[in-house]
Design a protein around this ligand. Structure first.
Ligand code: NAG
Ligand code: NAG
Length: 324
C-alpha cells in the first residue's frame, strides 16, 4: 500500500501473484460483482456490450476491444463501425455482430434504437476523427445517457471530448481511459493549464475528474491512476516492460463488461456494506488488473515478440488467477 495525499480513501490495486490468499479489498469486491455461472441464466444476462469504433484505416482496435469484452465474460458483443470497416472486422471473428452504421445513417435515431438493448458501451477504438462520425457518436451518447448506460470513452472519442467536454460532464456512469498523452491534452483543454512534466499525476487526475463533474478517469501509465473525483486509487498490478499497440483496447473492452457487472450488482447487500463501494472504481481496478496480468503472462512466453493477440489468449488464466 502506498500512501497518497488524497483527500479520501487510499487503496491499491496491486496483488502479489504468488500470494493469492491475500486479497485486496478491490479483489474481494470484484469477485462479488462477477455474475455466477449458472444453468438458469439466459443468454445476454452476463452482458450485451456495444463497441462504437472501426473505420477504414482502423479495424484492429474495435476487434480487440470486442473480443476482450467477450473473453472477459460478456455474452454478446456488437460492433458499430463504418461500412468500409465492417467486412474486415467480420472476417476477423465470427463472434462479433457487426453493424456498418457509423457512416450510413445520417441521423442517430436508427442507431439509437440499436443500442437500446445493450448494457454498456465502449466508444472510440479505431473510431477515426471524421466530423460526420463524431456527430453520429454524439447523438448516440446522448441516447445512451438517457438510458443510463455505463459508457467507456477511449482513444478517438477522447479527442472529441477535448473540444466537447459537455458530452460527458456530470454523467456518473462515464469512465474515461486516457493514456498519459491523451490525459495531458484533455487536462489542458478542460482545466486550461499545461500539465508540464510532473512525476505524480494523482492530483491532476482527481482535479480533472472533479472539473468534469466527477466522471471516472482511468489514466493509464506505469501505474494506472483511477479517480471519480472523490476516491483516488491506483492499480500497480505487475505487468511487463513491453507495451504493444492494442493493449488499451483489451482494457476498454474488458472494462465495458465489468462496468455492466458492477452496475448490475450495485445494490447487493454484501457490497453496500463496504463504505468505499463504487461500481465505476471497482470495474476500473478489475479491468486494469486483468490487462496487466495478461501482459505479464504473455510476456513470460513471448517477451519482445508479444503482441495484443498473445495477451488476449491469457485473459482466461489472468481472470481465474486474480478473481476466482
Ligand atoms: C465531486 O466530488 C467531490 C468530492 O467528493 C465533491 O466535493 C463535489 O461536490 C462533487 N461534484 C459533483 C458535481 O458531484
Ligand atoms: C450489511 O449491514 C447491515 C447493517 O449493519 C447488516 O444487517 C447486514 O447483515 C449486512 N450484510 C452483509 C451481507 O454483511
Amino acid at each position: 500500500m502506498e500512501e497518497l495525499e488524497a483527500s479520501n480513501t487510499v487503496t491499491s490495486g496491486s496483488s502479489t501473484f504468488s500470494e493469492d490468499m491475500c486479497l485486496t479489498v478491490e479483489q474481494k469486491l470484484i469477485r462479488l460483482i462477477i455474475p455466477p455461472l449458472t444453468f438458469v441464466a439466459h443468454k445476454g444476462q452476463a452482458g450485451r456490450i456495444g463497441i462504437i469504433g472501426g473505420s477504414r484505416e482502423y479495424t484492429g482496435a474495435p476487434y480487440f476491444a470486442g473480443i476482450s469484452a467477450l473473453k472477459t465474460g460478456a455474452d454478446l458483443c456488437h460492433v458499430f463501425c463504418t461500412s468500409s470497416a465492417a467486412s474486415v472486422i467480420k472476417s476477423y471473428s465470427p463472434e462479433l455482430i457487426v453493424h456498418p452504421v457509423l457512416d450510413s445513417c445520417n441521423d442517430g435515431t436508427e442507431f439509437g434504437a440499436l443500442i437500446s438493448k445493450l448494457h454498456a458501451l465502449v466508444i472510440g477504438p479505431g473510431l477515426g476523427r471524421e466530423e460526420n462520425t463524431f456527430s453520429i457518436m454524439h447523438q448516440v451518447v446522448e441516447k445512451a445517457k438517457e438510458l443510463q448506460m455505463p459508457i467507456v470513452f477511449d482513444a478517438d472519442s477522447l479527442f472529441y471530448i477535448n473540444s466537447h467536454p459537455e458530452l460527458v460532464e456530470g454523467y456518473k456512469k462515464a469512465v474515461l481511459t486516457p493514456n498519459v498523452v491523451e490525459f495531458s491534452r484533455l487536462y489542458k483543454a478542460v482545466i486550461g493549464a499545461d500539465l508540464g512534466v510532473l512525476e505524480d499525476l494523482n492530483m491532476p487526475v482527481q482535479a480533472l475528474s472533479q472539473k468534469l463533474g466527477n466522471v471516472t478517469i482511468v489514466c493509464k501509465g506505469i501505474d494506472d491512476i483511477i479517480s471519480d473525483g472523490d476516491i483516488l486509487t491506483m492499480c500497480k498490478e505487475k505487468g511487463s516492460p513491453r507495451r504493444c499497440g492494442g493493449q488499451g483496447d483489451l482494457l476498454s473492452g474488458s472494462l465495458g463488461t465489468m462496468l455492466h457487472w458492477a452496475h448490475m450488482a450495485h445494490d447487493q447487500s454484501e457490497l453496500v456494506n463496504f463504505s468505499n463501494w463504487r461500481p465505476n472504481i471497482i470495474a476500473a481496478v478489475g479491468a486494469c488488473m486483468l490487462t496487466r496480468r495478461c501482459n505479464y503472462l504473455a510476456f513470460q512466453k513471448y517477451s519482445r515478440s508479444m503482441t495484443t493477440t498473445d495477451m488476449i489468449v491469457e485473459i482466461q488464466l489472468a481472470f481465474t488467477s486474480l478473481f476466482s
